[in-house]
Design a protein around this ligand. Structure first.
Ligand code: PEP
Ligand code: MN
Length: 295
């Protein structure tokens, strides 16, 4: 019996005809659409490393982390100015001031910026500062927000809902694409599945990477920070994600010398660990290129 609303990969051509391989044969079985963000290219074979603080807390903290990301060889800077928090009493981010701080960090380091937008009323404001707009896990199915972001004329980083199926995730991406914006990068960030919470924050669904790639031409990256919630797991999870074919990583980094982060401190790595992850990603990519040329 087919249950209404229960999706399988067979439903994808109907749900997301703009993004599905089956309905876009020009991408063949394995071509990826290259999504460019201020000169940084997702999906061209070289993994993109996005890193930065969970939240933009202050000028000093953000600049310190941005410099560490630059030193480590990262490609882009992340940082939430508007933060989705479980409790309304928790730190909500620095808002418009945070966006200005991100702009200053970009001016100094040259790193393009990705930051989250949570509210349709703020899309225009965030798009003025950001090079890439992030839709967070909690808003993956906020359809008016997806449409508004689709109209904003900026590349979009669409995180997977923490309990979303592949069909729901790609259906969400289709809302952005329907507005004429196909510059979408998907981001797996861990799902709520047994035994999430016991020894890690979520369960990193590595299997979804090849599944995404089999069904859509959009690039897909992995956020090992939220997926694990544990700093010591971030480096191995990053390596595993690359082995599964991830087109990049998004990692939370802290500058512990300037203080403990106000959000997600337990999953933040330092600049040295980030540098090791970037080195692994670069060397692995070079090895693959070399092997391809030799073949
Ligand atoms: C984030 O990356 O800043 C974030 C809040 O992650 P998620 O939406 O995946 O929880
Ligand atoms: Mn975070």
């Amino acid at each position: 019996m087919k249950i209404s609303g229960q999706l399988t990969v067979d439903d994808l051509p109907r749900i997301c005809p703009l993004l599905c391989r089956q309905t876009n044969p020009r991408y063949g079985e394995d071509q990826t659409r290259v999504v460019e963000v201020r000169g940084v290219r997702f999906g061209n074979g070289r993994p993109v490393v996005i890193a930065g603080p969970c939240a933009v807390e202050s000028h000093e903290q953000t600049l310190a982390v941005a410099r560490a990301v630059k030193r480590a060889g990262g490609d882009m800077l992340r940082g939430g100015a508007y933060k989705p928090r479980t409790s309304p009493h928790d730190f909500q981010g620095t808002g418009a001031e945070g966006l200005c701080i991100l702009r200053i960090a970009r001016e100094e380091t040259g790193l393009p910026i990705v930051t989250e937008v949570m509210d349709t009323r703020l899309v225009e404001q965030v798009a003025e500062y950001a090079d890439m707009l992030q839709i967070g896990s909690r808003n993956m199915q906020n359809y008016p927000l997806l449409a508004e972001v689709g109209r904003a004329g900026k590349p979009v980083l669409l995180k997977r809902g923490m309990a979303a199926s592949l069909g729901e995730w790609l259906g969400a991406a289709e809302y952005i694409a329907k507005q004429g914006n196909l510059n979408i990068v998907l981001c797996e960030r861990g799902i709520k599945a047994f035994p999430a919470g016991e020894y890690s924050r979520y369960v990193l669904d590595l299997n979804v990477i090849p599944a995404v790639q089999a069904n859509t031409f959009l690039p897909v990256i992995v956020d090992p920070s939220h997926a694990t919630g544990v700093a010591s797991m971030v480096e191995p999870a990053s390596r595993a994600a690359l082995e599964f074919g991830s087109h990049g990583l998004m990692i939370e980094v802290a500058d512990f010398a300037s203080g403990r982060p106000r959000c997600d401190a337990d999953q933040a790595i330092n600049g040295e660990t980030l540098a090791r992850i970037v080195k692994f990603a670069r060397q692995r990519h070079e090895r693959l290129l070399y092997a391809q040329q030799a073949a």
